[in-house]
Design a binder for this molecule. Structure first.
Ligand code: UT7
Length: 330
């Protein structure tokens, strides 16, 4: 049996400050009822003014290392999935590396928005199975509150802050039934303008115009994105199970990207999976993009909802457009 990539430990961090739907009612023309009914979100977390993305990543990483029994110098590759980096350059992964003391690691960021953690898993899986790296830390970390337009009710009720991390290593001779069974990632750049941040890059460099036109913030065609997400995710999860010779009944838990309860319900329904086999935290966490899946994974592990030997399906969809899934035996 060839070696697999095993999840040795997970961690997550949510900032202390809670922002409720009721508070949003006083900021934009919305209501707690609308937000709950259309999205499933009740409250979300906001980073403190002094916190930057690598701080959130640091707290999640320390937990994952502790769970894995690793020191920071054990990591040989450190990957951060984020669309809200500390700064355009260097990579947030390098800033995290310095804070963590992961002196031996090659550190870099990936930009695949809400699918970023799944993209990171595929890269880590390739590194580990090929023997290039033994121990990889994949982190998803976001402070979306800083790239959200607080005057735009169609987006500001959705996005939130947080970080999650997974420590990955090669399975040992007795562990080859565990680990990542498959990861699949896809994208369609033709649909880039469904969800994007127009300003701050080479197309519209930071300027007074960017600020005046609010181009530094997330723009989303929510309804179109929703429809593509439902269609794509339904196909993706069915394909993933089929490719692994499994059925939905074999799954202990589905861990979806936490974007919208209605998207999650549609995916579960397509699989014939009851909602008690679906990890949901978006009511309290909101949409944390690249951090969404690793936070949900860590919460599921710590709550005892998954145990070694359990099959878990991870799936995500986001800006790019990008999407991906992973079938993992914990
Ligand atoms: O994470 C990455 C991928 N992102 C996603 O997957 C997000 C996908 N999209 C969604 O989750 C949903 O499309 C939203 C939650 C963003 C919006 O829900 P929707 O059911 O698609 O609403 P809609 O955009 O079709 O808007 C329906 C109505 C509109 O009013 P009119 O034109 O019918 O009068 C909106 O202006 O709801 C209005 N609306 C709001 N009303 C109260 C939009 N946002 C709000 C709001 N509060 N916050």
């Amino acid at each position: 049996m060839p070696r697999r990539t095993l999840i040795a430990g997970t961690g997550s961090y949510l900032p202390e400050r809670v922002l409720t739907n009721r508070e949003l009612e006083s900021m934009v023309d919305t209501s707690d009822e609308w937000i709950q009914e259309r999205t499933g979100i009740r409250e979300r977390r906001m980073a403190a003014p002094h916190e930057v993305t690598s701080d959130l990543a640091l707290a999640a990483s320390r937990q994952a290392l502790e769970a894995a029994g690793w020191g920071p110098e054990d990591i040989t590759a450190l990957i951060v999935a984020t669309i809200s980096p500390d700064m355009p350059m260097p990579a947030t992964a390098c800033l995290l590396q310095a804070k963590l003391g992961a002196t031996r690691a090659a550190a870099f960021d990936i930009s695949a928005a809400c699918s970023g953690f799944i993209y990171g898993l595929q890269i880590a899986d390739g590194f580990i199975r090929s023997g290039i790296h033994e121990r990889v830390l994949v982190v998803g970390a976001e402070i979306l509150s800083r790239v959200t337009d607080w005057q735009d009710r169609t987006t500001c009720v959705l996005f939130a802050d947080g970080a999650g991390a997974a420590a990955l290593r090669a399975s040992g001779p007795e562990e080859n039934e565990r680990g990542i069974r498959s990861v699949s990632i896809r994208s369609d750049g033709n649909l880039w303008d469904l969800l994007y941040i127009p300003g701050g890059g080479t197309q519209a460099p930071q300027s007074e115009r960017v600020v005046a036109e609010r181009l530094q913030f997330i723009k989303m065609k929510g309804n179109e994105t929703f429809r593509v997400a439902v269609r794509t995710l339904e196909m993706l999860v069915v394909e993933t199970l089929r490719d692994n010779g499994m059925e939905a009944a074999d799954l202990a838990l589905l861990i979806p990207h936490q974007a919208n309860i209605r998207i999650i319900q549609a995916t579960a329904e397509r699989l014939g999976l009851s909602m008690d086999k679906v990890m949901i935290n978006l009511d309290l966490v909101g949409n944390t993009s690249g951090a969404s899946i690793p936070i949900a994974l860590d919460q599921a592990v710590r709550a005892g909802r998954v145990a070694p030997g359990d099959h878990v399906l991870l799936e995500a969809f986001g800006a790019g457009l990008t999407w991906g899934s992973a079938l993992v035996t914990i």
